[in-house]
Design a protein around this ligand. Structure first.
Ligand SMILES: [Zn+2]
Length: 235
């Protein structure tokens, strides 16, 4: 038994030095996804998002895939045990990467239990040292307006924000696909999501504030200015 144990330890590569973990939080429609992608490009970080993983999981035609479709259609959140399994699969892949600078978590943990589990996973993978949480703040009214008018490409999934030039698009500017209003973006569902943000995600924001990790950003400006403020905050 002893030799194999030794071998395993020898092959374990623990890279713990200065991986940047940026958690992006904010109400629906604040532009989290856009800023997450900009940060990934800028610092060569991996993109991490529960939304994307859950959409992938929904496409599987098993019990959980079908049930997730129903739950998300109603504007409800997936249970933590499913989310943490999806996280672990993704984080394990990051751990195996030879070049890993860190990650941007688009949307962040949305409730306290998720935040605690995520903290646990950062400790497990030894990435907890260089963690920052960014709160992109927009008013409830701004959030509502952006979401009721936002569209998504039916073919490639690209989100088209209701901002500036994008308003004029009739088809997807990437693939020419048909644009539809996202199913979780109906007014009644949006009100529910805003209420859930208030009651469930605000405590998560306060949790990072207490840890001294929170950077608050004014989200009601251009994409470029929000990004510049985030870069200033990270310095
Ligand atoms: Zn498209």
């Amino acid at each position: 038994m002893k030799p194999s144990k030794k071998l395993k330890t020898k092959n374990l590569k623990l890279k713990t030095k200065n991986h940047l973990v940026v958690i992006i939080l904010g109400p629906p429609g604040c532009g989290k996804g856009t800023q997450a992608k900009l940060l990934c490009q800028k610092f060569n970080l991996e993109y991490f998002g529960s939304g994307e993983e859950l959409r992938k999981r929904q496409r599987m035609n098993d019990f959980t895939g079908k049930k997730l479709r129903e739950v998300i259609e109603r504007g409800e959140w997936a249970p933590e045990f499913i989310i943490s399994k999806l996280w672990m699969e993704k984080l394990e892949k990051f751990k195996q990467k030879i070049k890993f600078n860190g990650m941007v978590y688009d949307g962040g943990p949305r409730k306290m239990l998720e935040a605690q589990i995520f903290n646990q996973s950062l400790e497990w993978y030894e990435w907890e040292k260089n963690k920052k949480a960014i709160f992109i703040n927009i008013s409830e009214k701004e959030s509502f307006n952006r979401l009721t008018k936002r569209r998504q490409c039916k073919s490639c999934g690209r989100l088209i924000p209701w901002l500036g030039e994008f308003k004029k698009l009739k088809k997807c500017d990437k693939c020419g696909g048909k644009l539809i209003i996202r199913s979780d973006d109906k007014p009644k569902i949006i009100k529910q999501r805003l209420a859930e943000f208030e009651t469930k995600t605000i405590p998560v924001i306060n949790y990072y504030k207490k840890q001294g990790k929170l950077i608050k950003i004014n989200g009601e400006q251009s994409i470029e200015n929000v990004f510049q403020d985030i870069l200033k905050g990270l310095r």
